[in-house]
Design a protein around this ligand. Structure first.
Ligand code: ZN
Length: 342
């Protein structure tokens, strides 16, 4: 990419109220059957248009066709029973009733490939597609079959690799794996988390990214963040091994977060999607605030490797707030681009 500081979002964007109840995670669809398929495509068009109007350079589907960034993918797999549910602790943080792995997991057919083709047909801009990462997938399930987190992660990595290869063939430029679990299970990350992620990207020619964050601005996450103290050094655990990995881009959270910016030094050489937009507040950043975060990041990332982005997905926000934040992101990036070109 020749443009300096290309902007993007970490993932989800709010859905229109005619598609699903707004400002809510796992919001049920308001339509069914063919009407739902058409409505999802219309929402994807609108989301793309809003990203374009805000000046976002690397666009996405805004995750308009999925209810949740992990669950929707798993729903399409064999071996997982959504009727048989068990209560587990997600990311060691909050209890949730989750589906059970009851047999060998497999992907009987592509999950998002048609959606990606649809997005590709709407735009010539670079597109990024998000998938859940293996470790985050296993963390939202009860496993009564493999009875091994690691084994299940390797199985999911194979499945993700099949999906990723088809997304690449559909014309996706960057495939991103969401791994918020990397900020929690440090030993597993280093023992097999990064290895399974590398299995998921095996053989891909397109660019690959991993998104590691502190989660959506929902209560369970906000409460957890209060326990983390004044300096959030979680990234320090995964970064050294990630720096050595085959992943091209690391997407992380910076704006208003307590992550010491100098931790980015640990992934020197990688492209970095710097979260310059806080998704846990309705306050819209000023372009100058965005620019300030980007300038700080530039101390540790070469300009040609810095990708201004958001801390996480914006699905739980109102559309108005999300639009404002996208515009602030573009305007902030433009300020710094200008400074760099002088
Ligand atoms: Zn996130």
């Amino acid at each position: 990419m020749t443009l300096l500081l290309p902007t993007s979002t970490a993932g989800s964007l709010p859905k229109p109220s005619w598609l699903a109840e707004p400002e809510k995670l796992w919001s049920p669809w308001k339509l069914q059957g063919d009407e739902l398929i058409e409505a999802k495509q219309d929402a994807l068009r609108v989301s793309l248009q809003e990203q374009r109007q805000a000046g976002i350079d690397i666009v996405s589907d805004g995750e308009q066709t999925r209810q949740h960034f992990v669950t929707t993918f798993i729903e399409h797999l064999d071996g997982v029973d959504f009727e048989s549910r068990e209560t587990v602790k997600i990311r060691d943080r909050y209890e949730a009733s989750v589906p059970s792995v009851v047999g060998a997991v497999s992907r009987p057919q592509p999950v998002f490939v048609d959606d990606a083709k649809f997005l590709r047909a709407q735009t010539d801009q670079p597109i990024k597609w998000a998938l859940p990462g293996p470790m985050t997938m296993i963390d939202t399930l009860y496993d009564g079959h493999y009875k091994s987190r690691e084994k299940l992660a390797w199985e999911f990595a194979k499945i993700l690799n099949q999906e990723a290869k088809e997304l690449e063939a559909a014309g996706v430029d960057i495939i991103q794996f969401d791994e918020p679990a990397f900020n929690v299970f440090f030993d597993d990350v280093n023992d097999w988390g990064i290895a399974t992620l590398e299995r998921a990207i095996e053989g891909l020619q397109c660019e690959t990214a991993v998104h590691i964050c502190y989660g959506y601005g929902i209560k369970a996450n906000n409460d957890w963040k209060k326990t983390l103290g004044s300096e959030w050094r979680q990234y320090e655990q995964a970064f050294p091994k990630l720096q050595q990995s085959a992943i091209d881009i690391v997407s992380l959270e910076c704006q208003n977060s307590h992550v010491p910016m100098d931790l980015i030094e640990l992934i020197r050489g990688k492209k970095v999607m710097v979260g310059a937009i806080d998704v846990a507040t309705n306050d819209i950043e000023t372009p100058e605030e965005v620019a300030d975060t980007l300038r700080k990041a530039l101390q540790f990332v070469d300009a040609e490797k810095l990708y201004p982005s958001t801390n996480c997905g914006m699905a739980p926000l109102s559309r108005e707030v999300a639009r404002g934040k996208l515009q602030a992101l573009s305007a902030g990036a433009a300020i710094v681009r200008q400074e760099l070109s002088i």
